[in-house]
Write a protein that binds this ligand. Structure first.
Ligand code: UGA
Length: 469
């Protein structure tokens, strides 16, 4: 199948490379010529496992790059729109990029094409795309508009794409549904997985991938509702974690208890410092705005957002209650990315917390395995950057853990204790067992669990604080 993917952001890059791996001829279209030149030169602008491999495999063969939208559309049967839909000041999704692509492709709709929304868009967007293309003179029988939302997560984007829980295809004509079925046939029939070069199957996935065919509007709603539901699950457990802190219960035990109910499930029940990233914050806000426009007052979503913001303030209050005053305190910070496994810092709760702590007059030395370069662009010289977790901890009054990187869960605790001025760890991601931390000489605060305190600081810590004071 000849496919054009318009927009080389996160979704466009991953979808383009994966479609090529499924055997399709893909042209990735973008109007940023510098970005295209970098892609042609072998650069992959996002930190994503298996993506460089897929680009190396298909670049210049099944995966090409172009800034000529019309020509690319003319040469393709399926056109995926994967351009950005950033939030406006009112929280609605800004669809001007989607509209301008729809307008521009009209002249190239000569024989039958399926135009597919891949970006996260509000319900009714497909109707608008259709109207715009018709308004600009296309023959109504020469195209269909479909919705094929993407559910990939950053950090596991390629495997999420190739081993999905489900593929959702929203079409209002059988002709369009047939094109989409054919595109995904290697995944739904399982032929892709039998290929010797197939990307290896991750744990907890089942193959072949099921496909769900719905109306276009239902598919549009499925995407927004899925993200809003997951965000709600996180806010729910964060609210429960706050109750656990008040009454002295352990949120991990509570999660295990409620997550074992198969109707609830254990995933996305990790309490922490709130959700971030380029999707949940934007999509909950946009879904709220769509609901309002449709005449439904979805106040549950206001509460989801309020709990999420509150979670960051609660964490700062926790740092204050551990250290008393904050002005002039030196803090080691582990984690800047909005979650582990990515260099993305968009709406990162870690960065938002750092900014609150800087306003309080703290001095911060931070470390992140992938996100430091991006963080530097936002934090400039307000923060010092370290080359390792231990360097970030060196001489600090306390260590904060703000991103759930695996390497932060496997630190050499004796070495860490020796580096810190005081053996205090405030963990916003619950990466350690409180009793184990206390046994290793730390005073340890986490989310939704009682603080663990060392009664008598070990000799090394006493020596350190005397030496460094
Ligand atoms: C999210 C969805 O999970 C994807 O299905 C969706 O395709 C994507 O948005 C999108 O719409 O493009 P992503 O933003 O990459 O994916 O990240 P998640 O893994 O969902 O994590 C989002 C945030 O929630 C992170 O800050 C993470 O730390 C936090 N989180 C996640 C928790 O605090 N607790 C959890 O249990 C899970």
């Amino acid at each position: 199948m000849r496919i054009a993917v318009v927009g080389s952001g996160y979704v466009g890059l991953v979808a383009g490379a994966c479609f090529a791996d499924l055997g399709h001829e893909v042209v990735l279209v973008d109007n940023d010529v510098r970005k295209l030149a970098a892609l042609k030169n072998g650069e992959v602008p996002i930190h994503e496992k298996f993506l460089p491999e897929l680009f190396d495999r298909h670049r210049g063969h099944r995966l090409t790059f172009s800034d000529n939208l019309r020509e690319s559309v003319r040469a393709s049967v399926a056109i995926f729109i994967a351009v950005g839909t950033p939030p406006t000041e009112r929280g609605e999704a800004d669809l001007s990029y989607v509209e301008s692509v729809a307008r521009e492709i009209t002249g190239a709709v000569d024989d039958y094409k399926v135009i597919i929304e891949k970006s996260t868009v509000p319900v009714y967007t497909s109707e608008w795309i259709r109207k715009i293309i018709l308004r600009n003179g296309a023959d109504p029988d020469s195209f269909d508009v479909a919705s094929n939302p993407e559910f990939l997560r950053e950090g596991t984007a390629v495997t999420d794409f190739l081993f999905p829980d489900r593929i959702v295809v929203g079409c209002d004509s059988e002709r369009a549904a047939e094109v989409l079925r054919e595109i995904y046939a290697p995944l739904t029939s399982g032929t892709y997985y039998r290929h010797p070069d197939a990307i290896p199957q991750p744990d907890r996935t089942s193959i072949p991938a099921p496909i769900i065919v719905t109306s276009t509007k239902s598919a549009e709603l499925i995407k927004h509702a899925s993200n809003a539901f997951l965000a709600m699950k996180i806010s729910f457990i964060n609210a429960v974690a706050s109750m656990c802190e008040s009454v002295g219960a352990d949120v991990n035990q509570v999660c295990h208890g409620i997550g074992s109910d198969s109707r609830i499930g254990p995933r996305f029940l990790n309490p922490g410092i709130g959700y971030g990233g380029s999707c949940f914050p934007k999509d909950v806000l946009a879904f709220r705005a769509v609901a309002r426009e449709c005449g439904y007052d979805f106040r549950l979503l206001d509460e989801v957002m309020r709990i999420n913001e509150d979670q960051r303030d609660r964490f700062v209050r926790k740092v204050r209650s551990a250290l008393w005053t904050l002005r002039g305190k030196s803090l080691g910070v582990l984690g800047l990315a909005f979650k582990g496994g990515t260099d993305d810092i968009r709406e990162s709760p870690a960065i938002l917390i750092l900014q609150l702590l800087l306003q309080e007059g703290c001095k911060i030395t931070a470390y992140d395995p992938a996100a430091m370069e991006r963080a530097q662009e936002v934090l400039h010289s307000t923060v010092k950057f370290a080359n390792s977790s231990y360097e970030a901890a060196h001489g600090a009054d306390a260590l904060l853990i703000l991103t759930e990187w695996e390497e932060f869960a496997n630190l050499d605790l004796a070495r860490l204790r020796d580096e810190l001025k005081y053996p205090i760890v405030i963990d916003g991601r619950n990466l350690y067992d409180p009793e184990m931390m206390a046994a290793n000489g730390f005073t340890y605060y986490s989310v939704g669990r009682a603080a663990a305190r060392v009664e008598t600081p070990p000799a090394a810590a006493m020596r350190n604080s005397a030496k460094k004071a």
